[in-house]
Design a protein around this ligand. Sequence first.
Ligand code: ADP
Ligand code: MG
Length: 355
Amino acid sequence: MKSAWHRLAWLHFGLAVASAFAGEPALQRYEFTELHMGTRFKIVLYAPNAAAASRAVTAAFARIARLDDTMSDYNPGSELMSLSRQAGGPPRRVSEDLFRALEKSQKLALRTNGAFDITAGPVIRLWRRARRRSELPDSKELARSRRLVGYRDLRLDAAKRTAQLLKPGMQLDLGGIAKGFAADEALAVLRQQGISRALVAGGGDIAVGAPPPGKEGWRIGIAPLESPEAPPTHFLMLRDVGVSTSGDAEQNVEIGGKRYSHIIDPRTGEALIGRRSVTVVAPSATASDSLATAISVLGPQRGLQLAKSLPGVGLYFVQSSQRGTRTMEWNLHPAIAKDTARSPGRTAASAASPR
Ligand code: ADP
Ligand code: MG
């Protein structure tokens, strides 16, 4: 789940912003960063004072850390790993957090016919090793791993809150949904602490709440496909939603002139090839995170069909090939705004105001 948070960047200006709303005390902007889930989590919030901000953010990061302990596929002590070790055994009762993440993942797996599939663990591991070694997975090993992949072999029982992996050797991987899930949960904790004007970003997965005082939304920049380090040129203005970008800009490997992504097609066991960047806006970051991964696998046409079939989902799909770069946009309100007001060399914070 290593990823670079700079794929998406939000920009905002002003330090102390007096609230435009009567009755709300003057709010100040605070920003915090911690490393979790192999990536940088950033929280931006508006609070009446430093003590309130710090109290809330401590609770929010603690929530993220707990979810990391639950869902990590790197930490052998995580609940997820321990569940995977019991593959082939009887149903096992799991925590509420894990059950919810499994349930949401299975729903999307069903809807996408397995384009999104958290049972792809064995294949994902092979491709991870391939990236480390810059060498394609062994085809026999890949075929063996593929036989262990299949969301239908993960059985959930909501009444008993149990999960069962039917085949020994199966391995779950929540890398395509965990960061969005954690961002949503952290935002909920902030809300419980009385802070509603907040943004939580876990790498490229962002949950935004109520907007900064006097603004219509959080200004979210979408990093350019070819140079994700460069300042964004396209922006979204968002509130109370999740937004995620799945790209292969940071995690890929080039072997034999082909560029292999860290997203794999669970139905074939192959890593995606080529350059694409998929940005999804959805009612939650759990949804945007998993959908961005799923739509990367489905491709522009079927991805668009999926986006259209779901309420409150917007899509921005950028794909580059020998024939050039193709972009596709659906249901983004306001539409993705190309920021032309930005002067070169400066951070985009000085540009375009909310619309
Ligand atoms: P990132 O973690 O870089 O933000 P994604 O959200 O797209 O990117 O998640 C990619 C991760 O999801 C992979 O590293 C892997 O752990 C997992 N994954 C890869 N392919 C799939 C897939 N088809 N379905 C579900 N999970 C996947
Ligand atoms: Mg994702």
